[in-house]
Design a protein around this ligand. Structure first.
Ligand code: SAM
Ligand code: SF4
Length: 345
């Protein structure tokens, strides 16, 4: 599935060290997938079973990852690194990776997206290593629904992990929630109320066509409009005045503030025109979009002895070829071959 970087990467690319694309966007936010493995099986992400893991030798080592992150920060202008997966807390040596990232100069902001399982043991060490912020995924407060969505009975572990992150000072703790029709769509208001009470910042994410089993259906997703209608039944929402920048979330003040809620409407109100992301998979493939059909293999040249300058130029060429948008709303849209869990959400 590894294709060429796509696009020219060539003559018309401006002479800049940064990760620019042909639509004028500049990528400064690197998402690093640390593993495609996970201890949950969320229905909108993974099948119950039968998904092959990346073979161990294909996964970048910590030293290889550090080298690529160093190139991203020192040569390409990356200012934010987010660790994700799969479940990033399953990665061995993650504290060292965070500490190594924090030692890069200029120091990037460091964040992580996790399902929260294991945070009770890890949050303080991750904070001490240099982790700045954390997003924990939580779609329901109901134990039975949690099992239905994630196929595992781990709600208590996630709630304990959230508390540990907050106590460790990883604030604001953000929560990502996906609403599914007929499963948890009625939890928009209770989830927000609970998050406000616990000082967690809630963001709803529209379900995207990125599940491994290709089961996403447009008429079976809860849209941003529906989420906002439901929230308006329990709260008064007014648009946040904070400039949105490249934040994928549209934010609203809740009952006049200071509490806020975000909605990431990737499908129905796409924000591709402001995208500042570049992505590295656990096996060293570079992607210029969650939805891109091609990727650039950095692992082979890395292992064959390519110089930092050569790897940086491959990265620039990949980003230059970024398309204007994800095309989910266009006829003929095709889901990427890799599922969300193997790209890194
Ligand atoms: N395992 C970690 C977690 O769940 O937070 C990190 C990886 S997960 C792929 C990152 C985020 O992607 C989670 O917030 C998850 O809810 C979201 N996600 C996964 N599949 C999705 C889909 N099909 N549509 C929208 N969001 C999705
Ligand atoms: Fe695992 Fe995160 Fe995917 Fe759920 S969303 S299956 S926790 S990778």
């Amino acid at each position: 599935m590894r294709g060429p970087a796509g696009g020219s990467g060539g003559a018309d690319r401006p002479d800049t060290p940064h990760l620019v694309d042909s639509f004028g966007r500049v990528a400064t936010d690197l998402r690093v997938s640390l593993t495609d493995r996970c201890n949950l099986r969320c229905t909108y992400c993974m099948p119950a079973e039968g998904l092959d893991w990346l073979p161990g030798p294909e996964v970048l080592t910590n030293a290889e990852l550090m080298r690529l992150m160093d190139i991203a920060v020192t040569r390409l202008g990356v200012t934010e690194i987010r660790f994700t997966g799969g479940e990033p807390l399953l990665r061995k040596g993650i504290d060292d990776l965070v500490a190594g990232t924090a030692a890069l100069r200029p120091r990037p902001r460091i964040s992580m997206t996790t399902n929260g399982i294991g945070l009770t043991r890890r949050a303080a060490a991750l904070r001490a290593a240099g982790l700045d912020r954390i997003n924990v995924s939580l779609d329901t407060l109901d134990p039975e629904r949690f099992v239905r969505i994630t196929r595992r009975d781990r709600l208590d572990d996630v709630l304990a992990g959230l508390r540990a992150a907050h106590t460790a000072g990883l604030r604001p703790v953000k929560i990502n929630a996906v609403l599914l029709p007929g499963v948890n769509e009625d939890e928009a208001v209770p989830l927000l109320r609970w998050c406000l009470e616990h000082d967690y910042h809630l963001r709803f994410i529209e379900q995207m066509p990125l599940d491994a089993q290709h089961g996403w259906q447009r008429d079976r997703m809860v849209t941003a409009t529906e989420i906002l209608e439901r929230l308006s039944g329990g709260f008064e929402l007014t648009p946040s005045r904070t400039p949105r920048g490249a934040d994928p979330a549209e934010r609203w003040l809740v009952d006049g503030g200071p509490g806020e809620v975000g909605v990431i409407a990737s499908v129905t109100r796409s924000f591709c025109q402001a995208c500042d992301r570049t992505r590295l998979t656990a096996d060293g493939a570079l992607r210029n979009c969650l939805f891109s059909q091609s990727e650039t293999d950095l692992r082979a040249p890395l292992r064959a002895g390519a110089s930092d300058a050569e790897l940086a130029d491959l990265w620039r060429a990949t980003m230059w070829a970024k398309l204007a948008g994800h095309r989910i709303n266009e006829a003929g849209f095709a889901q990427p071959l890799r599922p969300m869990s193997a790209i890194g959400g």
